[in-house]
Design a protein around this ligand. Structure first.
Ligand SMILES: Cc1ncc(COP(=O)(O)O)c(C=O)c1O
Length: 374
């Protein structure tokens, strides 16, 4: 093993968002960043850049586009063209830019539960939304019939997340093909947030970029990626929107103008080093996360459904009948994300991307918190 994920690193003095939200005696398992050191080859790239003493406004290096295209091809067998890529300082700004391309009074469909910034998009863009619940039968699926029923003459866009945060699904080829058919048939656009694309833990699951399925869906899709989740560098703020259709890409870039800042030199540098990675980082990390997932499953058993991707466990706590879920778990020494944030109050989201000793301590607290309440 080239990488060690067991090392516990004190983050309390680093202004970490994850480690600042709760009191010092609470172990944080909430926001989606990992308690692992970023790989040395990324830190080296940043150190090299810092040899130059000026951190001025920075153009995107051509080599970054080549690295990103090669990475998409290597990881997911999707061959894209250089000029389809628009760089943005984050996936969340890109989600907002996508909805900003729509005129007022337009309508979008958002399957829920979903990563909470999706739930702000319609309000931010002054458009209308319908939240269509995923079918919760232990294996959260999109409800295309309900999506069909929620169409209005003003519906223009569907926004999804795959791998799905927080339900941990990786949609299958068949599910994606059905969604693609729905999008094309109803003359819609699709935004697919694929930031967790590398974090597939179920050996029978795979990540498939929906836009790679066929050119008819590609030309209607904005696909969002970043190296920040899998390499644990979310603080460097760099993401890519892949937009094959020229008119849609132009509208997206127009929306970006003046509203969203350029990317800093460290974001470009770290991302390029990440996209050039051919080391054992990803397979070793995935192996470690799989073992962590097994521990979570063993600790809380049937409170979880199918878990295919992401390092975020989606845990049913409906029977606890909690008024303030976040406060309840914090009282038991655990910082979790309450499901209400994602549109599903019966759940909590628990980030298990941490060294094993931390996880074991957290799972003991989780078991106690659950046992006391039921
Ligand atoms: C599904 C999803 N999209 C986007 C983000 C955040 O992306 P960014 O930091 O690039 O805005 C996260 C972070 O947790 C996420 O889980």
């Amino acid at each position: 093993m080239a990488y060690s994920f067991d090392t516990v690193i004190d983050r309390t003095q680093s202004s970490s968002t994850k480690w600042s939200r709760f009191d010092a005696d609470v172990l944080p398992f909430w926001v989606a960043d990992m308690d692992f050191a970023a790989p040395e080859f990324i830190l080296d790239a940043l150190r090299d850049r810092l040899e130059h003493p000026i951190l001025g406004y920075t153009q995107r290096p051509d080599s970054l586009n080549r690295a990103f295209c090669d990475w998409l091809s290597r990881q997911f067998d999707w061959n894209i063209e250089d000029d389809w890529i628009v760089w943005v300082p984050g996936v969340v700004p890109a989600l907002n830019l996508a909805t900003q391309t729509l005129k007022a009074d337009r309508h979008v469909i958002i399957p829920t539960p979903v990563y909470h910034p999706f739930l702000d998009l319609a309000r931010n863009a002054d458009i209308r939304e319908t939240r269509v619940p995923l079918i919760a039968d232990n294996n959260w699926r999109m409800d295309l019939d309900a999506m069909q029923a929620s169409l209005t003459p003003e519906t223009r866009m569907v926004l999804i997340c795959n791998p799905q945060n927080p339900t941990a699904r990786c949609y299958s080829r068949e599910e994606l093909a059905e969604l693609a058919e729905f999008i094309v048939k109803n003359d819609l656009l699709l935004v697919s947030d694929e930031i967790h694309c590398n974090i597939v833990l179920d050996p029978d699951a795979e990540h498939i970029p929906i836009a790679a399925l066929d050119p008819r869906i590609a030309e209607r899709t904005i696909t969002l990626y970043a190296a920040t989740k899998i390499y644990n560098i979310p603080g460097v703020s760099c993401a890519a929107a892949v937009i094959p259709d020229e008119a849609l890409r132009t509208a997206f870039m127009e929306a970006r103008r003046g509203l969203v800042h350029g990317i800093g030199p460290l974001g470009f540098e770290a991302s390029e080093a990440a996209f050039n990675d051919t080391s054992t980082w990803i397979p070793e990390l995935i192996e470690y996360l799989r073992e962590n997932l097994t521990l979570v499953r063993n600790a809380i058993g049937n409170r979880m459904g199918v878990h295919e991707g992401t390092y975020l466990a989606w845990i049913n706590v409906a029977d606890l009948r909690l008024d303030d879920t976040e406060a309840y778990f914090a009282e038991h020494g655990l910082g979790i994300s309450p499901g209400a944030q994602f549109g599903a109050p019966d759940y909590i989201r628990f980030n298990f991307a941490c060294p094993r000793t931390t996880l074991i301590e957290g799972l003991e607290r989780l078991q106690q918190a659950i046992a006391i309440s039921v």
